[in-house]
Design a binder for this molecule. Structure first.
Ligand SMILES: Cc1cc2nc3c(=O)[nH]c(=O)nc-3n(C[C@H](O)[C@H](O)[C@H](O)COP(=O)(O)O)c2cc1C
Length: 565
């Protein structure tokens, strides 16, 4: 085992919450001292984006078949909408003198370590260069001006994380949460793009070093010590109908629907090859543009005292640094096999997404159709995963509490047929692995009331037991990390992506979800029977009927912009 792999595995084991002690975090928190949620760079030109809040026509159900959505033209209005629907504010909440913003993308502890950048490569509505998105102001700060246009016009989106923003509250475990948040942001970006008739292409070949160069994150003097950003992801936004690499075939064969499908159709393959070549050329051209460009601005201080420091986060970040890689090509997309019943627009669902703080533990059961639809929506060949280029490595173990027609108990949804047998072999011998649904690969393992267990293993949080169901996202872990230590991050991203799908699907069904980052890792493994690190639970989630906290006032997302004008 190489040194980096060892560092990542040590980090993972050391940051497990255990029933007898939580992972290392700050001993006390001064809430007045919370790091600024909104990064700003002083000394940049500001591009004010058109007024946020526009509604788009596509229904949430249309996002299952994004190729039927006419693509919106690429201009400042629609680029602004993309950023707003992915990373913008969705509301303000107020309780007494406290007021805090919520965003379309969720974040553990609402700390929002993820920063978003727009890269323009030759458009008439905005100069070519790199821009930092300020969600609070719905504006762009121009960090870099490229010397000229690139051969391909269009936009890219880059994501980075300020680890310290999360570590301020969560200490050593924060690095995991930053990765979850990146996955959620990637999911949010895909939904936003699909609502505009666009698609997201994850440029997974990029090394972290090169992403840092492109986004200007390697310019250490531009950032305060301990407040740097770590590079995560670069995506191209395809804004034309012909660049959507989709093959939609309605396939109700459940086994093949969870296997990574092969591209088919000569035209499709050719189109894809062109896109791969274009990608390679654009990689070099983008790097060159950033390196020869003119950079502006200095990151403002996040205005919080660095009382505690967590050097292990820097260590794992270095060990999980991604080099430049060759990546698999494309996976075909199939229509989701169960339709949602929702009649709302996509923009309405995206903006109403929230985390439930409390559930109605006496709710009438979630309908089986809605439950199966939510599970069908997280299968890897659905449109929500069109930008995810790898076979799935995350599988669901579900504590069913209140679902119509299903006995309460433990169920499994392997998202890849190939992993069914290894999962069966790794879990408790008592589990019966009875397939319970025709359309989706859902297996019954054990009948019994699991509410208390679910709550206990989720750091005693009642949201895990008062819901219709809660679940653990189990990763194919050991072998993946040994293949390459930076895949550690990708596992968490995949979890975040699944979480984002569940958040929106829950809203569409008239329910609500909440991500659960706080759980006792090895207690979950014990319940399922895992004895080693072949499989590890990396994220939890819960869905139920929310109880509103009537003490909280809800204010419009961008009302404050009107105040300024
Ligand atoms: C990775 C992640 C982990 C989370 N863990 C928990 C948790 O353990 N308990 C909880 O009540 N909420 C949890 N949340 C919900 C966040 O607190 C919530 O997203 C944040 O407060 C912002 O609120 P919003 O989702 O309504 O926008 C988590 C969210 C994410 C994305």
């Amino acid at each position: 085992m190489n040194k980096q792999t060892e560092t990542v595995l040590n980090y993972h084991n050391r940051t497990k919450h255990r029933l007898e002690r939580y992972a290392k975090g700050p001993e006390s928190i001064d809430w007045e001292d919370q790091p600024d949620q909104f990064r700003r760079f002083s000394g940049c030109d500001i591009v004010t984006l058109p007024k946020p809040g526009a509604e788009l026509d596509p229904l949430f159900t249309d996002l299952d078949t994004p190729e039927i959505i006419p693509p919106k033209p690429l201009n400042l209005v629609n680029a602004g909408l993309l950023l707003e629907l992915a990373f913008g504010l969705s509301a303000w909440k107020q309780y007494g003198p406290s007021r805090w913003a919520l965003r379309c993308n969720p974040s553990s502890g609402n700390l929002h370590p993820t920063e978003a950048y727009l890269i323009s490569t030759g458009n008439d509505f905005i100069k070519s260069g790199v821009y930092h998105y300020v969600s609070h102001d719905h504006s762009l700060e121009q960090r870099c001006q490229f010397a000229g246009n690139l051969p391909d016009s269009g936009i890219l989106i880059g994501l980075s994380s300020i680890h310290w923003r999360e570590a301020w509250k969560y200490g050593e475990r924060a690095y995991r949460y930053c990765q979850h948040d990146t996955g959620h942001a990637l999911g949010a970006l895909r939904y936003a793009a699909a609502a505009l008739g666009w698609s997201v292409e994850l440029l997974a070949e990029w090394s972290d070093e090169d992403i840092a160069k492109l986004l200007g994150l390697d310019r250490t003097d531009d950032f305060k010590p301990l407040e740097q950003e770590s590079p995560d992801i670069i995506c191209r936004i395809n804004t034309h109908a012909d660049s959507k690499l989709l093959e939609n075939t309605l396939d109700t064969n459940t086994d093949s629907s969870i296997k990574p499908p092969l591209p088919s159709g000569e035209g499709m393959r050719e189109g894809f090859q062109k896109s791969v070549n274009r990608e390679r050329q654009q990689y070099e051209a983008l790097l060159e543009s950033a390196q020869s460009g003119t950079w502006f601005g200095l990151a403002d201080s996040l205005r919080a005292y660095h009382l505690y420091q967590w050097p292990i986060i820097d260590e794992v970040a270095i060990a999980a640094n991604k080099p430049r890689t060759e990546e698999p090509e494309w996976q075909a997309v199939r229509q989701c096999i169960i339709k949602p019943t929702c009649t709302k627009t996509a923009t309405a669902i995206i903006r109403q997404r929230r985390s439930a703080q409390q559930f109605d533990g006496k709710m009438s059961p979630l309908s089986q159709t809605d439950f199966y639809r939510m599970l069908a929506a997280v299968l890897p060949t659905t449109a929500a995963f069109e930008h995810w280029r790898w076979p799935p490595k995350i599988h669901l173990f579900i504590f069913v509490h209140r679902v119509e027609g299903l006995a309460p108990g433990i169920y499994a949804l392997p998202r890849n047929h190939d992993v069914l047998e290894p999962l069966q072999a790794a879990t408790l011998a008592d589990f019966d692995w009875q397939k319970v649904a025709e359309a989706i690969p859902l297996y019954h393992l054990y009948s019994g009331d699991c509410r208390q267990i679910a709550k206990t293993v989720s750091c005693h949080q009642p949201i895990a037991s008062d819901s219709a169901f809660s679940l653990g996202m189990v990763a194919e872990f050991g072998e993946t990390i040994e293949t390459a230590p930076w895949l550690y991050r990708r596992l968490f991203w995949e979890c975040g992506l699944i979480g984002q799908v569940l958040y929106l699907e829950a809203e569409a069904a008239g329910f609500r979800g909440t991500g659960i980052g706080c759980y006792f890792d090895d207690s979950v493994h014990e319940i399922l029977g895992f004895k080693d690190d072949k499989f590890q639970s990396l994220y939890h989630f819960t869905v139920g009927k929310p109880l509103e906290d009537k003490r909280l006032e809800t204010l419009p997302a961008y009302g404050h912009l009107n105040d300024v004008v």
